[in-house]
Design a protein around this ligand. Structure first.
Ligand code: NA7
Length: 448
């Protein structure tokens, strides 16, 4: 039995690293962090692999090589470690993947967090022991292909993400398609689709960004199709939106509006599953993508089986990302330390109900931003955070920019609310910027 606080942390991505960060800051004691990948960073740890990893486990990575931030970095900035702190200067607002990864790693390196992580360790089983009010965790050492002796923990923090197990629907006639079919989880390089006619299924972030990336890299033409609601952007030439496909017949795609099109490739941008096979049934969060997944007090404490000692980080649909994960982790860390006392179950249920009722009334992206801002600020209040984390005005401006021009929204400059230093523009408009190296972006050197 774990007689004292001993925390099992699952995942060393931005959420898990924030938990380690706050645990260290409070000198709060033992946290064992298990990470199945060989490096930290979660989804920011880019891999060329798709399908299975080197140990035969499902490949976690969903990042593509050409990814540039689709939101201003000023909306994800840590108040206690700004981009200016990290790079020593102001940089433009929409960095490529490597720049964001470097920023995250800078904060983690500064706090010396690496030694707390056990890499290449897969969590296989987590169960709650009612009699002893603790958890038994079984893990596997992937390098040595060996299950390790089970361990006991007072708390479990699930930070293994929810954008790595693809949701892959079936479509009538898809087995007759003669071209390549892939999910956005397996998309790595847009160059591959140069000159090709693409069908993109879905109408959310991945559909929007892959359509834009592939156009930028020279795809012939792209049709995106939607199920519930079109994205509705003013698309550049070469991209069009149609209602959902109804049937596939060879390379011919039939759509709900009666139109047809010939395509070479189908990319399913159909989202991800919440998939936690290592958790016993009563501990498992079961939800779709929501701003307030039901069953989590303060979006964090699992209410499903009443132990209040299992917490989930970052399970929300996201506008705020790094800062939301960070305040959530700070709050969760305070709960595990006993510094933040949880109210009784009735009060927790009432609190969740209030958020869920508000979530049900949201109508558009601006409402979503207001809702998530309130969620983040509520957690900040709960832990007595000295910073104002509200960047709703920046998010609203970003939505305006994107709806006014989806090609140029990344060319705008935003001002950090924490440093107040006015933002600067990138030397090259995003649509013409092909060099996504850190050096070129940060040092504003021209395209190589
Ligand atoms: P999302 O945001 O979960 O979006 C999934 C999209 O896929 C959404 O438009 C869904 O339509 C659509 N979808 C799901 N199932 C189907 C079926 N069966 N048929 C047609 N369309 C379907 O995932 P993304 O990958 O775009 O974004 C994930 C994160 O990556 C995002 O939060 C960013 O942080 C980056 P619906 O609207 O439900 O009808």
């Amino acid at each position: 039995m774990a007689e004292h606080r001993r925390v099992c942390l699952i995942g060393a991505g931005p959420c898990g690293m924030s938990f380690l960060y706050h645990n260290q800051k409070h000198n709060a004691g033992e946290v064992v962090c298990y990470e199945k990948q060989s490096d930290w960073g979660g989804l920011w740890n880019y891999t060329w692999r798709t399908g299975l990893d080197e140990y035969g486990e499902p490949c976690h990575g969903s990042q593509y090589r050409d990814l540039w931030s689709n939101g201003p970095k000023e909306c994800v900035e840590f108040p206690d470690y700004t981009f200016e702190d990290h790079f020593g200067k102001v940089i433009p607002s929409f960095p490529p993947r490597a720049v964001l990864q470097d920023y995250l790693e800078g904060r983690w390196r500064k706090a010396n967090l690496r030694s707390h992580i056990r890499f290449n360790i897969l969590v296989k089983n987590v169960t709650y022991n009612k009699e002893t009010d603790d958890f038994t965790v079984i893990v596997k050492d992937l390098v040595n292909d060996k299950e390790l002796p089970s361990e006991r923990f007072s708390h479990v923090i699930v930070a293994s993400g929810h954008f790595s197990v693809p949701n892959v629907p079936e479509f009538d006639g898809i087995d007759t398609f003669r071209g390549r079919i892939l999910h956005s989880h397996d998309f790595r390089r847009a160059h591959e689709f140069k000159g090709q006619r693409l069908l993109i299924v879905g109408a959310s972030y991945s559909a929007e960004d892959l359509a834009m990336q592939c156009t930028k890299m020279g795809s012939a033409n792209i049709i995106t199709c939607w199920r519930t609601k079109p994205m509705g952007f003013k698309w550049p030439e070469g991209i069009e939106e149609r209602p959902l496909l109804t049937k596939i017949d060879g390379n011919t795609i039939n759509f709900k509006d009666g139109t047809k099109a010939e395509v070479d490739v189908i990319i399913l941008c159909t989202g991800y599953l919440y998939h936690y096979p290592y958790l016993s049934d009563t501990l498992r969060l079961k939800t779709g993508l929501r701003l307030y997944p039901p069953g989590l007090y303060k979006g964090t404490v699992w209410m499903g089986d009443g132990n209040n000692k299992l917490m989930y980080l970052g399970m929300q649909d996201q506008y705020y990302t790094f800062t939301m994960f960070d305040i959530q982790a700070e709050w969760a860390c305070a709960v595990t330390r006993g510094d933040k006392k949880l109210p009784n179950r009735t009060e927790m249920e009432l609190d969740m109900k209030k958020w869920l009722e508000e979530e049900a009334l949201l109508k558009n992206c601006y409402d979503h931003i207001t809702f998530q801002t309130a969620f983040v600020c509520d957690l900040a209040r709960e832990v007595g955070c000295k910073y104002n984390l509200d960047v709703a005005a920046l998010f609203n401006k970003w939505e305006d920019d994107k709806h006014s021009n989806v090609v140029t929204y990344r060319d705008h400059a935003f001002t950090s609310v924490f440093t107040g230093t006015p933002g600067i523009k990138h030397h090259t408009p995003w649509i013409e910027a092909f060099d996504d190296s850190l050096d070129t972006f940060v040092n504003q050197t021209p395209n190589k």
